[in-house]
Design a protein around this ligand. Structure first.
Ligand code: SAM
Length: 257
């Protein structure tokens, strides 16, 4: 695997916090894994492996196989290395540009692809990493994901003291439609392409908002305002604090020849 500098691939994460509060992503990963048939001896790429918590689920299903985890965040990869030791091959890399030395049998990706702006590039790179006949099984945020959070965040950013001090986020979420996604996967060369939306309402806490959802906005605010900003967005969302997630399920196969 050639390592790619990931400096411009995404923000860095509070990996310990993410590992602690990512129960929703963990639950979604269990469902996504059910769509990936495994004999137990394959090599599987965990595309955007994060803190390693979900990677562990893949390892359990591959007693005679191998897991390669790639993530743009050094903090996430450090955390995954501490959690998984030598059981997984872990690399910092940008999924839009990475390469593998030997093609993998399958690719799994959970809660990652909406963080990447260029889906044509990422599907091209994932296609190139798969062996002929190998499957891509993924889920990420899709069209309409956390719409109420977007509105609440915009409302709070329009008020002081945030309006005067916020820089626009360097990155925007990419919540794609199933139609665009199917077209992009086909353009990248995949067949047996499926993409569909699945609404999932999730109760969250303030730490979840801070670590997962509001990270790109917090990057643009002075640290002294971070706590107040999270509190203001939570208040705007109201009680109970729930997010209207919409997941985009993706299944595709690299043609056998
Ligand atoms: C919400 S976490 C999901 C982690 C893990 N898959 C899980 O289900 O718990 C999103 C992850 O995507 C990674 N990510 C975002 N953009 C990326 C990119 N361009 N290349 C690789 N990883 C990326 C982040 O660093 C982060 O670890």
């Amino acid at each position: 695997m050639s390592e790619t500098a990931a400096a411009n691939a995404g923000r860095d994460w509070d990996a310990a916090s993410y590992d602690r509060i990512s129960d929703p992503q963990y639950a979604w990963a269990l469902e996504v894994l059910e769509r990936l048939p495994l004999a137990g001896d394959e090599t599987v790429l965990d595309a955007g492996c994060g803190s390693g918590r979900v990677t562990e689920l893949l390892l359990e299903r591959l007693p005679r196989g191998r897991v390669i985890g790639v993530d743009a965040s050094e903090a996430m990869i450090d955390h995954a290395r501490r959690a998984l030791g030598a059981r997984a091959i872990l690399r910092v890399g940008d999924l839009a540009r990475f390469r593998v030395d030997r093609n993998v049998d399958a690719i799994f990706s959970n809660a990652v692809l909406h963080w990447i702006a260029d889906h044509d590039a990422v599907f091209g790179a994932l296609f190139a990493a798969l062996r002929p006949g190998g499957r891509l099984v993924a889920q990420c945020g899709g069209a309409g994901n956390v719409a109420a959070l977007g509105e609440a965040t915009r409302a709070v950013l329009g008020r002081e003291p945030f309006a005067a001090q916020a820089r626009p986020p360097a990155r925007a979420w990419n919540f794609a439609t199933p139609e665009d996604t199917r077209a992009r996967l086909s353009m990248a060369g995949f067949d047996d392409v499926q993409a569909s939306l699945e609404p999932k309402r999730v109760a969250v806490g303030r730490e979840f908002l801070r670590t997962v959802n509001l990270g790109p906005h917090l990057e643009g605010l002075p640290e002294s305002l971070h706590g107040d900003f999270v509190d203001a967005v939570a208040a705007e969302l109201g009680d109970p604090l729930e997010l209207d997630y919409v997941r985009l399920n993706i299944d595709a196969r690299r043609p056998a020849r």
